[in-house]
Design a protein around this ligand. Sequence first.
Ligand SMILES: Cc1cc2nc3c(=O)[nH]c(=O)nc-3n(C[C@H](O)[C@H](O)[C@H](O)COP(=O)(O)O)c2cc1C
Length: 383
Amino acid sequence: MADLSVSFAGLRLRTPVVVGSAGITGTVELMKRAEDAGAGAVVMKSLFAKEVCRVAPTPRFRILRRGSGVQRSFVLYSYEQASEWGPERYAEEVRRAKEALSIPVIASINCLTPEEWLSYSALMEQAGADAVELNLSCPHGPHLMEGHDVTREMIEMTRLVKQARCIPIIPKMTPQLNNPPGVAVALERAGADAIVAFNRFTGLEIDIETERPIMHGGYAGHGGPWALHYVLRWLAAMYPALSVPLAASGGVSDGEDVVKAILAGATAVQVVTAVVVGGYEVIGRMNEFLLRWMEQKGYGSVLDFRGSICERIVPMEEVFREHVLRAQIEEQKCRNCGLCMRICIYDAAQPADGAYRVVPERCDGCGLCVELCPTKAISMIRR
Ligand SMILES: Cc1cc2nc3c(=O)[nH]c(=O)nc-3n(C[C@H](O)[C@H](O)[C@H](O)COP(=O)(O)O)c2cc1C
């Protein structure tokens, strides 16, 4: 049987699938649900030094762009706040979690001054946390909202906390960077034991009736299955540049996504939105899928395929650019809706006898009509 266990920042995880930091890991009882569902570790809801962030407004969740039949494209737009607790009470919960759970418990802190980073991380260490995530990346937290130099602070605070603590230190990056691999390398040099890529994007949704921001009236975090591709893209660029392990975070919705994140270089895969909207059971299904996929492929361990996609990324100069394919419409399947004609900028789809057909010499072979045809009547063939 394939072995799902991985070593992440010096911690042994029974599976790479980790429940990431959010309200779903806010208490021991919730973390226990994650453990019972099969999680390899839990990252606790963040403790913020900035006290105003500890009180949540209501409501604070909206599902945007919920398309029937396109369920994988929704946006979870939310303004969930920090843990409601101050440092002492939070540390007490870490202690309780360590007693109640057998999987690693990773604390998460969000501080503003060097003194806070040092004292909060010390409290977490004393309370028995297996590691600490440094969260300077909350999409509506003080670092991004108040114009901090997030990259510089993240590197400096990683160095500071690492020098002072014995437990693993895991900075969590914002996705809002122009050079994530460069930042990840700097974090590794600063002493990071692992890196989380990424937190969510900051965002804004507007009610056009009231002409105001929805919900609490400010910016919010937004994420969803769509974010996966951004995460995979940067994991694949970061993995070859790093020695420390990466945790994927962003858009992982099912077992296939877990496999993709590992292929792109992740050692651990954090899941939040999928649990928020689907319940903790999604974790078990991810583990089952991963196990089955590894067995089908003949992989004994996650290390057998981690990061294997990286060397298969084709550089820009080597992309095959010859137009050897063109579209073809199967008349029997065509319902004559005309969508292909409306969207084809090459005028290659033309009406013919109650259906549409492709004019071969006009077709550029771009493949868009194949993707959009509602009856799947179009396919690509060699010219
Ligand atoms: C409701 C909600 C609350 C979150 N709270 C935190 C938090 O307190 N600390 C943190 O580091 N990340 C927090 N996150 C970010 C998640 O840990 C995760 O990095 C992000 O949502 C991307 O993963 P996903 O696509 O699986 O949700 C939160 C996300 C959501 C949706």
